[in-house]
Design a protein around this ligand. Structure first.
Ligand SMILES: [Fe+2]
Ligand SMILES: [Fe+2]
Length: 359
């Protein structure tokens, strides 16, 4: 079906690698959009092409590196199965849901110029080959150039839509992205011309500090109380990360792990008690958070760098917000619909002490 694919060595000869976080976001997108069945169909198609990498989000280690050929396989199978316009949507939506870029927006909200200028430097965080350069011109214009980055035309196509989504996330309006040079058309490098008009200030209000507001309330007092502390702990982690204090940061990460275990088990206690039908799914999400925490601690021990910022923002903060807004609210609705109560769960004293004294 893909003649060029047949000639592509599955094991990337040049050891070109992509970070797990990229696969994670894409697979996550497919599962959210097309369900587990859709993911299964995609996985089968990828296997037809010779893929033998991870099949679910749980199997992907976000900080690890995977062969870049997985990326190409994913893109080809995705387009083949879901079509051209779904491909475009996926590529444009990923910047909006991906924590891979959220750290950029935390630094430069509403600033497409800065994003283009500085954002290209982050390429090496996600790909171990090639490099990007950029130029910003007056009046909503910019150029991005890539050297040694494109392994396949489908990757250029992905990046074209991706840059569009990225600028849109930064609040730019009427974004147009033109792929003006391409190695697959005989040029020496990749080039994209980007144009946009005014900024939409109402978009992209994402900052590292989580503000507690009504949108985070589940309506079950006990859960909301516990979540408020959870949010405070994560804000504290971000403060310590910004202060570059490794010892204090690790201390808070270990504390968060303990707090998460207590909070999740108190939710799960009532799921089991009331035979909550979605218990296993909910539990699996909690398990995933434990894994993220473990990986984040390993990364923090290695050093406080941009990789760690990425992990904290994507895998802890984004996870918590999404989990509260989706999965926990679902459980809260179940309790409410069935007139079930969750009693006051007393926080263990060793947690309470830290919560009251440091946060
Ligand atoms: Fe929760
Ligand atoms: Fe939960």
């Amino acid at each position: 079906m893909y003649p060029q694919f047949e000639t592509m060595e599955f094991k990337d000869q040049n050891d070109r690698m992509t970070r797990g976080g990229i696969y994670y976001t894409r697979i996550h997108f497919v599962r959210e959009k097309y369900g587990t069945g859709g993911m299964q169909r995609l996985y089968n198609k990828m296997k037809e092409y010779g893929y033998n990498g991870p099949a679910t989000e749980d199997e992907i280690k976000i900080a690890d590196w995977y062969p870049h050929s997985y990326d190409i396989l994913f893109l080809k199978a995705f387009k083949e199965l879901f079509g051209e316009s779904a491909f475009k949507r996926m590529a444009r939506t990923v910047p909006r849901i991906s924590g891979g870029v959220s750290d950029l927006f935390l630094k430069w909200p509403d600033n497409p110029n800065k994003l283009i200028k500085e954002g290209v430097k982050y390429w090496h965080m996600f790909y171990n080959f090639g490099r990007l350069e950029s130029e910003v011109l007056d009046g909503g214009k910019g150029i991005i150039r890539g050297y040694g980055i494109s392994t396949d035309p489908i990757f250029c196509e992905l990046l074209t839509y991706y840059f569009q989504g990225l600028l849109e996330k930064a609040g730019a309006l009427n974004v147009e992205v033109e792929h003006t040079h391409c190695v697959h058309r005989g040029d020496k490098f990749e080039e994209w011309k980007l144009t946009w008009s005014a900024l939409d200030k109402s978009k992209n209000k994402k900052f590292s500090k989580i503000e507690w507001d009504k949108s985070l309330e589940t309506g079950i007092d006990e859960i909301d109380e516990q979540h408020k502390y959870f949010v405070k702990i994560l804000n504290e982690i971000n403060i310590r990360l910004n202060n570059k204090d490794k010892g204090l940061l690790l201390e808070m990460l270990y504390f968060m792990d303990k707090y998460a275990h207590w909070h999740f088990s108190s939710e799960e206690k009532y799921m089991k008690k009331y035979n909550y039908p979605d218990y296993l799914k909910h539990h699996a999400e909690h398990e995933r958070f434990y894994n993220y925490t473990k990986e984040t601690i390993i990364e923090a021990k290695r050093g406080l760098d941009e990789h760690l910022e990425y992990s904290v923002n994507k895998y802890l903060i984004d996870w918590l917000i999404n989990h509260i807004m989706g999965t926990d609210k679902k459980f809260a609705n179940f309790l409410r619909d069935n007139n079930l109560v969750m009693e006051n769960e007393r926080m263990p004293s060793e947690l309470e002490k830290v919560v009251k004294s440091t946060i």
